[in-house]
Ligand binder design. Structure first.
Ligand SMILES: [Zn+2]
Ligand SMILES: [Zn+2]
Length: 302
């Protein structure tokens, strides 16, 4: 199992010299996923050496410019540089029409297929599944329809208990039987699978929570994440501004991490008013100690 998250853009609203607007690249066991695509994302992909032709999924949290305006340029560049493989785009309503209008107006015919999946769910909903990964979407609380995404590894098989295998002298066929959940008959004795198998390792979980006011319902949907990203645009002292723009503070993000029992929290989408992240980190750490303020180009492994 491999997991790597690359922060392509960590800022809110407008790009600055130090921070691009929101985008993250996720490689989850060779499933290659772009989460949000603010303006300039294709340059960040080049800068941080991500091969954009290999992207399979583009997940957009919501249709505020800092989260999706880079999509037109990226899709056009994919076409110009010879993409033929299908791309799946998941987003709230409206993006399909915007993309189609853009390419219709400029009379560009894409040489690759785009599959659009539109989400309108009021609760946590499965949007994709294969043999290694499940992707869920769940609604955030923002000025336009906005979704968070949860990336969950499929349940693993139980592990074989080597000592017990030796003790019962089980053959390969008998081990397979146990892994299928069947009892084994050996020298007149019945051996049940749980006598020779160990519980499987906990499946990996990464959660991306985009723009939102503090939302208590998240706690149930995102519980026990190995890694949680949550936006933290403001400090508590700018709470009024946070409420007016429907964003979270560093303390809000930390509360969600603490209540949902995340192992580690990443915060980002910082307002350009903060010259550095010291106070944002301090505010979050008081509630949830294992927190990091992300920077463009950071890589996180699990
Ligand atoms: Zn935003
Ligand atoms: Zn927004």
């Amino acid at each position: 199992m491999s997991f790597k998250l690359t922060i392509l853009g960590s800022g809110a609203a407008v790009p600055t010299l130090n921070r691009s607007v929101t985008s993250q690249y996720l490689n989850f066991n060779e499933r290659r996923i772009l989460i949000d695509c603010g303006e300039g994302t294709q340059m960040q992909l080049r800068k941080f050496r991500v091969k954009f032709q290999r992207l399979q999924f583009l997940l957009i949290s919501h249709l505020h410019g800092d989260h999706y305006l880079g999509i037109f340029g990226l899709l056009a560049s994919m076409n110009l540089t010879g993409r033929t493989s299908k791309l799946t785009i998941v987003s709230p309503p409206g993006l399909k029409e915007l993309v189609e209008l853009q390419f219709k107006t400029s009379k560009v015919y894409l040489a690759y297929e785009i599959e659009f999946i539109t989400i309108e769910s009021k609760t946590k909903e499965l949007v994709f599944e294969d043999k290694v990964l499940k992707i869920f979407a769940f609604p955030m609380k923002h000025r336009v329809p906005t979704y968070g995404y949860s990336f969950e590894e499929q349940s693993k098989r139980p592990n074989v208990d080597k000592e017990m295998i030796k003790e019962y002298a089980l053959t390969t066929l008998e081990i397979q039987q146990a892994l299928r959940g069947e009892n084994i008959e050996k020298d007149g004795e019945i051996i049940s699978p749980n006598q020779v198998l160990l519980p499987p390792a906990k499946p990996l979980k990464f959660v991306h929570c985009s723009d939102s006011l503090y939302k208590e319902a998240l706690v149930e949907w995102i519980s026990d994440a190995d890694l949680l990203y949550h936006e933290a645009t403001f400090l508590e002292k700018e709470k009024d501004r946070a409420k007016a723009t429907m964003h979270s503070t560093a303390a809000d993000a930390a509360k969600i991490a603490q209540k949902s029992k995340a192992k580690k929290l990443l915060i980002g989408h910082f307002s350009a008013r903060y010259k550095n992240t010291d106070k944002l980190l301090e505010e979050a750490q008081e509630i949830f100690p294992n927190v990091v303020c992300v920077e463009d180009g950071d890589e996180y492994l699990i």
